[in-house]
Design a binder for this molecule. Structure first.
Ligand SMILES: Cc1cc2nc3c(=O)[nH]c(=O)nc-3n(C[C@H](O)[C@H](O)[C@H](O)COP(=O)(O)OP(=O)(O)OC[C@H]3O[C@@H](n4cnc5c(N)ncnc54)[C@H](O)[C@@H]3O)c2cc1C
Length: 554
């Protein structure tokens, strides 16, 4: 009987999983997950995210057991473990999805390819949905995304025959891994809770999502992000379930929300594709000019920002929420944006320090989304259109448009519970709350002037290629000097990547134009007028008459 190893990575599911489906159709399967020390001890590892991943591994093991199989767990360097497993099990080869979340994984997979070739062993890489090796202009990628999302979901195999004689380690606890839990509540893992969240979202939130997704107090978003990050549910399943249930809904509010939800799922895929083209985005600003001046760094202010002691209530509430919950369900896009913009724009600190802190706490921490969002909020991904300067006002504007009843702020800053929403928009002066660490107006002006000066360099250039950051010579992850981590891999040689990045030096003008569409696409962000506020009986937060997606600027 044929034997195929299926290597699970961030695709911890049995549904819509082409490598598993194909392997099961060929014969016996060895479904393996490798606990990789370099990832467990990367500077950006969040203990809570590892805890959630362990939950997902338990759920995956159960789903395999329900089909007559089980998960085989091994610990160590996949480059050694996998060839060893091929030998030990006499498997014909390995099936796995391509992954390009971060540089480490691409270095590892290039090393694995070499090791397998040297030992005459085979690996078949599967293209995940919503990604492509080809350099497409962004509008074409959008089309491709919808094509992939419409493709039939790969059914879970009815039977997964795992040979009896293959030993497995037990799924460990955090402490077995040398990690100490930091008290964040961990969501249940696997596809069943993900499907339940999706159903709850479609049934209870889809009439208000578009209008309320910026209000953390309204809890209007799906909470699916940790599940999507680990692939416990496929994005295609989220899209098709949403379309099946909402496409014919007569309510225009539901239709608007449906479009918005699907667009956001698409954004997530788009960030991953950007990283596929340019893995340097993990460690560098898109355009070199933004790093050339150097960034400010003040340890005390960084600490104040991390601990929620800036004197700006919305920022401090975000800080404490992140540390206590890991952001799941509570720290929505808008609050993340305000919190991040404060560090990089108003305090003038390198966005990488912020991205690092987020990744060390977020349960849904996903390198391409997190790092690209950080860079975007810092204004270092756009060279042409200055409306992309996102210096969020953390004062009354933020309270009015994000937390109008002050629910979120008061939840995380009980010392301010006695203040009215209008008082939360001005840095409050009271004994048990810190004074503001900066003047918003002055800090904003400084940043606007700096960005305008930096952008002069290439304001009207059609060809952005010469200005794009290249992969640095050393691939040491940012933050390795701050936190004990396993980074020996980054000192080895050669350091090639799989899948390979775009070779920027080899692009012709047409290709350069195609790449440009990923980074300078113009989006109309002029907000529509908000005539009056209506209250939605179901929710805790007010619903504006229309959406204001990017209206905290200024
Ligand atoms: C500075 C910053 C850092 C961020 N870091 C992460 C991160 O590490 N991981 C992460 O999943 N999201 C990140 N986001 C995006 C966004 O805040 C989260 O995806 C969202 O809050 C997750 O909650 P949800 O699943 O309930 O969202 P929903 O609104 O229900 O969205 C459904 C899914 O769409 C995708 N999505 C939603 N909003 C965005 C967005 N703005 N950009 C890209 N994809 C999106 C996610 O996969 C999300 O799970 C970040 C945003 C900012 C501003």
């Amino acid at each position: 009987m044929n034997r195929t190893i299926v290597w699970f990575r961030r695709d911890l599911r049995v549904f819509d999983h082409a490598p598993l489906h194909r392997a099961a159709a060929r014969g016996a399967v060895i479904p393996v997950f490798v606990l990789d020390r370099a990832l467990l001890h990367h500077p950006e590892t969040a203990v809570a995210r590892v805890a959630f991943m362990l939950e997902c591994l338990h759920a995956l093991d159960q789903d395999l057991r329900d089909r007559g199989g089980r998960l085989i767990l091994r610990s160590g360097d996949p480059v050694e473990i996998l060839p060893q497993l091929v030998r030990e099990t006499q498997a014909e080869g390995i099936y796995a999805y391509i992954d390009f979340e971060r540089i480490y994984g691409r270095v590892r997979d290039a090393r694995l390819n070499r090791a397998l070739t040297q030992q005459q062993m085979k690996i078949r890489w599967f293209e995940p949905a919503a990604t492509t090796p080809d350099l497409l202009p962004y509008p074409k990628y959008r089309e491709l995304w919808y094509i992939h999302m419409a493709q039939e979901i790969v059914p879970a195999p009815t039977r997964v025959a795992v040979p009896d004689d293959i030993p497995s380690e037990v799924i460990p606890s955090l402490s077995n891994l040398g990690l100490i839990a930091d008290g964040k509540p961990i969501p249940p893992g696997g596809i069943a809770p993900a499907r339940a969240l999706l159903q709850e979202f479609l049934a209870e939130k889809s009439d208000r999502y578009y209008w309320q997704l910026s209000y953390p107090g309204a809890e209007a978003t799906s909470g699916l992000s940790p599940y999507i990050k680990f692939g416990a549910i496929s994005v295609r399943e989220c899209v098709q379930t949403t379309q099946a249930q909402l496409n014919d809904a007569p309510d225009s509010r539901v239709q608007r929300s449906r479009q918005q939800f699907i667009a956001r799922l698409r954004w997530g895929s788009g960030f991953a594709q950007r990283f596929r083209y340019m893995p340097q985005l993990e460690v560098r600003s898109l355009y070199t000019v933004f790093d050339e001046d150097g960034w400010a760094f003040d340890e005390a202010l960084y600490e104040a920002w991390q601990q929620g002691e800036t004197g700006f209530p919305i920022v401090d509430a975000a800080a404490r929420c992140l540390q206590e919950t890991g952001g799941w369900k509570q720290l929505n896009f808008r609050v993340r944006a305000i919190y991040s913009s404060f560090l990089s724009n108003l305090l003038g600190m390198d966005w990488r320090y912020g991205a690092l802190h987020f990744m060390r706490h977020l349960i849904d921490g996903d390198c391409p989304i997190d790092h690209y969002q950080w860079a975007m909020q810092a204004g270092v991904t756009h060279c042409v259109d200055k409306t992309w300067t996102r210096i969020y006002n953390p004062e009354q504007t933020a309270v009015d448009r994000c937390d109008p009843d002050g629910l979120f702020i008061k939840q995380w800053l009980p010392e301010l519970a006695h203040l009215s929403p209008a008082e939360l928009g001005v840095p409050p002066r009271q004994k048990d709350y810190p004074p503001p660490v900066l003047s918003y107006k002055a800090a904003r002006q400084r940043r606007v002037q700096q960005l305008e000066r930096q952008r002069q360099v290439f304001l009207n250039q059609d060809n952005v290629l010469p200005y794009l950051a290249r992969l640095p010579d050393t691939l040491t992850p940012f933050g390795a000097d701050l936190y004990a981590s396993e980074i020996a891999w980054s000192q080895a040689s050669p350091l090639d990547l799989f899948p390979p990045p775009l070779d920027l030096e080899a692009l012709d003008l047409e290709q350069a134009k195609a790449l440009r569409t990923w980074f300078v696409a113009h989006v109309d962000i002029v907000p529509r007028k908000v005539p009056s506020r209506k209250r939605n009986a179901k929710s805790k937060a007010p619903v504006p008459a229309d959406s204001v997606q990017l209206n905290l600027l200024g």
